[in-house]
Design a protein around this ligand. Structure first.
Ligand code: 2IT
Length: 444
């Protein structure tokens, strides 16, 4: 690492003690954009990097709620309003027991670059709580969401900050949050995205992250003279992201040979069918958090407490959570002939894994590959503003074009003589637009 970068990182770490995931996300960006940054005196004069790592605003609040036994429970709620240079803050809410301020700062930071890449006018934000929705009744989830929104509604709005879902926050939670916002503010607006379709949700939003990352993979494969058809693919993750990816992969004739859950992974020699894709949704809806029944249902093999990265595959899609794929996993994948890793979870690979994969095979970073989710959220905002809705075909066509544009941006800024460095391309492409907007708006 260059001494100047180390100095920058040391200063940041001293101010943000313990926020290790945030440091990891910042370090990757700073290392890849450093030359671009240094070569533009305007960026330096405006201290753009120093500004970018400081969120515009962080809101932290107490969330008291009653469980079904009538006992009061206390959680912590957050909204990190990271950067509004190119549009209202936009990004999901995560409900997960491991959520800390550092987690949401890394996610909000990444979101700023990701949203910039989508070509749509959205700033970066992220929020959530250490609330664990697992094992809670619908009523408990509703009471938690109502209490959370009672505070959050003072800080958001369709032109200010537009949250959506993330891990632990799906259609049910968005519905409860929307209901409470509407009740308190007496306003029916596009203040949240990922809404159920009956009250303003966009078509294709549930599928968008997974579909988008497969479209992105198609462009990378084309670049290296390959096709997704017939490829053996390993997937991780037990939510709507891996489900969307699986569905699009099956439609395009890829063989999804491994899927995973919190309990391990299932290996399916001939690849899953559409029936299997539908069963992924059914399993998830049981709320039992186990993928093992998939093996029984389809006569496949279950590997308890193991990761799918040990299987022999051509393409891998980590779709679960940050740092789910480490250097050891990366080495196994490469040794087994894997050609492409599409990071679909946010920061799904450790810094060491990213480096190893980027040096040896093709690697798509999350902020480019998974941007389809927030892109369709942006399209949901447009539809809400117009009080209109587009068909599935219209939304899918726009999503597909956006993923192509993101790929082209990565190639523009990441192409070297013999390959495309998608990490560098995505970071520089995402950075420049935000940096230019920040310079134009003065010291705010
Ligand atoms: O990480 C992400 O991009 C999301 N969770 C989606 C955010 C959004 O506003 O749709």
């Amino acid at each position: 690492m260059k001494p100047e970068i180390k100095e920058f990182m040391d200063a940041l770490k001293a101010k943000t003690v313990g926020e290790t995931e945030f440091h990891q996300a910042v370090e990757e960006v700073v290392e890849t954009i450093w030359d671009t940054y240094q070569s533009n005196p305007k960026y330096k004069a405006n201290k753009i990097l120093e500004k970018m790592v400081e969120p515009e605003r962080v809101i932290m609040f107490r969330v008291p709620w009653f469980d079904d036994k009538g006992e009061v429970q206390i959680n912590r709620g957050y909204r990190v309003q990271f950067n509004s240079a190119i549009g209202p803050y936009k990004g999901g809410l995560r409900f997960h027991p491991a959520v800390t301020l550092g987690t949401l700062k890394f996610l909000g930071f990444e979101q700023t670059f990701k949203n910039s890449l989508t070509t749509l006018p959205m700033g970066g934000g992220k929020g959530g709580s250490d609330f664990n929705p697992k094992g809670k009744s619908d009523n408990e989830v509703m009471r938690f969401c109502q209490s959370f929104m009672t505070e959050l509604c003072k800080h958001i709005g369709p032109d200010t900050d537009v949250p959506a879902g993330d891990i632990g926050v799906g259609g049910r939670e968005i519905g409860f949050l929307f209901g409470q916002y509407k009740r308190i503010r007496n306003e029916f607006s596009g203040v949240l995205t990922g809404k159920p379709r009956e009250f303003g949700g966009s078509r294709i939003r549930p599928e968008a992250t997974g579909y988008g990352s497969v479209y992105f993979a198609q462009h990378i494969l084309k670049e290296i003279g390959e096709d997704i058809k017939g490829k053996r693919v390993a997937l991780s993750g037990f939510g709507n992201v891996s489900w969307g990816a699986a569905e699009k992969l099956v439609q395009l004739g890829a063989k999804v040979i491994a899927i995973s859950g919190p309990d391990g992974y299932v290996y399916i020699e001939n690849g899953i069918t559409q029936e299997g894709v539908d069963y992924m949704l059914e399993l998830r809806a049981t709320n039992n958090d186990v993928v093992a029944p998939f093996a029984e249902q389809f006569g496949a093999k279950f590997f308890p407490n193991a990761k799918p990265w040990e299987t022999k595959c051509d393409v891998a899609f980590p779709c679960a959570i940050q740092n789910e794929l480490n250097e050891e996993d990366a080495k196994k994948l490469v040794a087994n002939g894997c050609k492409l890793v599409v990071e679909t979870s946010n920061m799904g690979c450790t810094a060491e894994a990213v480096k190893y994969l980027n040096d040896h095979i093709s690697f798509a970073p999350g902020k480019a590959a998974n941007a389809g989710g927030v892109a369709v959220s942006g399209l949901e905002m447009s539809q809400n503003s117009m009080r209109y809705s587009w068909t599935s075909e219209e939304v899918d066509a726009k999503l597909s074009q956006i993923m192509k544009d993101i790929h082209d941006t990565c190639v523009k800024y990441g192409k070297t003589d013999n390959k495309v460095d998608y990490v560098k391309g995505a970071n520089i492409g995402g950075f420049i637009k935000v940096a230019e907007a920040m310079c134009a708006q003065g010291h705010v």
